[in-house]
Design a protein around this ligand. Structure first.
Ligand code: GLY
Length: 391
């Protein structure tokens, strides 16, 4: 007997697949390939990694950074996604070249939580696509290194040891780095890495969210008792406001933590955190750098936060009931449609994929700029959509 639930689920799936077909993922991905081909000839040294293009530079070319910068994994990660898309061996050579350049990260003592961003986006994608055992070995070493920053009294990883005024601090971005620990525990690393990642997510879930599920950027903990002292901001407008990218990291991080643990509370947290993000988006679906920045609409946007959310929505829709899945998929398509329009794509302006991201507004750095992680999550979102369209 065909019941009502089955018919409604079928209609939802049909509508759902129609709605994803409306966006031309191949066109956007081919645009990315063309921008990469413009960037490659400019990149001479293997250990100088593209990370931003600033408006004030009046240049089409990337500024490069050291392999030890938190952003160093995104360029090789972009190259791996591109190779996955078009199978071009020349792109693979470039991906291998910049991935190998990151190996020395494994030889350094851990300086901060960013190790996951650095090696999971680069070597992680490289390993997923090629199975290269060198990548696996390096990632396992870096996961152990990241775990050294874990404080068992608090139950979280110490994000920024250099911030001595905040003796044990944990930033919401740190959720992203747990993916490396979950991966390592499944790939020959210690079970302790899984336990650390779980505990970090649980403690973060308890302490980093306000009642409305917006997030604090930074939580400062008492190193003796392990208790939360207070929530503050570093990159947002104010301690009590919702910094757009921090909220995006929270959503991505808890969706990923649910994938790895099947802890329903992590999923509920990701859902509530994305719902407040989506509900407060401006008309073009790209957030201002902070949802409570004082001069909206005359504030810079943050395309990177939008790209992170679009990518996450394609994952989250897998875990929710059909009508919510449709809503999430449509929201992701709306974001990608905006990002892929003239207002946000760099096109002839510079060699990045996207314009209008904001790195650190309170410091005045990378404001309204092209930033490498916006491009990374944009191409990741496009690849996730492409896989759904091809199903
Ligand atoms: N993790 C640093 C940032 O999102 O800017």
């Amino acid at each position: 007997m065909i019941n009502k639930f089955f018919i409604s689920a079928l209609l939802t799936v049909m509508f759902f697949s129609c709605s994803t077909k409306k966006f031309d993922a191949d066109r956007a991905l081919n645009y990315c390939v063309a921008q990469i081909e413009k960037s490659i000839p400019q990149l001479i040294e293997d250990d100088k990694i593209p990370h931003n293009i600033l408006k004030e530079d009046m240049s089409k070319d990337w500024n490069c950074t050291s392999i030890y910068d938190w952003k160093s994994g995104f360029w090789p990660g972009i190259l791996w996604y591109t190779y996955e898309y078009n199978g071009d061996e020349k792109i693979k050579e470039q991906a291998e070249r910049f991935t190998k350049a990151l190996y020395p990260i494994a030889d350094r003592s851990p300086k901060n939580h960013d190790l996951g961003f650095q090696v999971y986006c680069s070597l992680g994608n490289g390993y997923r696509i090629t199975g290269n055992q060198d990548y696996k070995e390096i990632m396992l070493r870096v996961a152990d290194s990241l775990a050294m920053l874990y404080n068992p009294i608090v139950g979280t990883i110490h994000s920024w040891p250099h911030m001595k005024q905040w003796p044990h601090n944990t930033i919401i971005d740190n959720m992203m780095n747990l993916e490396l620990l979950f991966w390592a525990a499944k790939n020959g690393g210690s079970q302790k890495l899984y336990d650390i990642a779980c505990r970090h997510a649980e403690v973060t879930m308890k302490n980093q969210f306000r009642e409305d599920f917006s997030t604090y950027h930074v939580i400062i903990y008492d190193t003796i008792t392990g208790k939360k002292l207070r929530g503050v901001t570093h990159q947002g407008y104010d301690d009590e406001t919702m910094w757009a990218r921090g909220q995006a990291w929270a959503v991505y991080g808890f969706a990923m933590a649910y994938r790895e643990t099947k802890n329903k509370e992590f999923l509920e947290t990701a859902i509530k955190a994305v719902d407040i993000f989506l509900k407060n988006l401006p008309q073009d679906n790209i957030p201002y750098w902070d949802f409570h920045a004082p001069n909206i609409p005359n504030e810079p946007k943050d395309a990177s936060a939008a790209a992170i959310i679009a990518s996450t929505l394609f994952e989250l829709q897998e875990y929710v009931e059909p009508s919510k899945a449709t809503f999430y998929k449509d929201a992701a398509i709306k974001i990608l449609t905006s990002l892929s329009a003239e207002a946000y794509q760099s096109r002839e302006i510079n060699n990045a994929f996207l314009l209008h991201s904001t790195g650190h507004k309170p410091n005045g750095s990378e404001v309204d700029a092209s930033i490498i992680y916006a491009d990374y999550y944009y191409i990741e979102a496009l690849m996730r959509l492409k896989k759904l369209q091809d199903m």
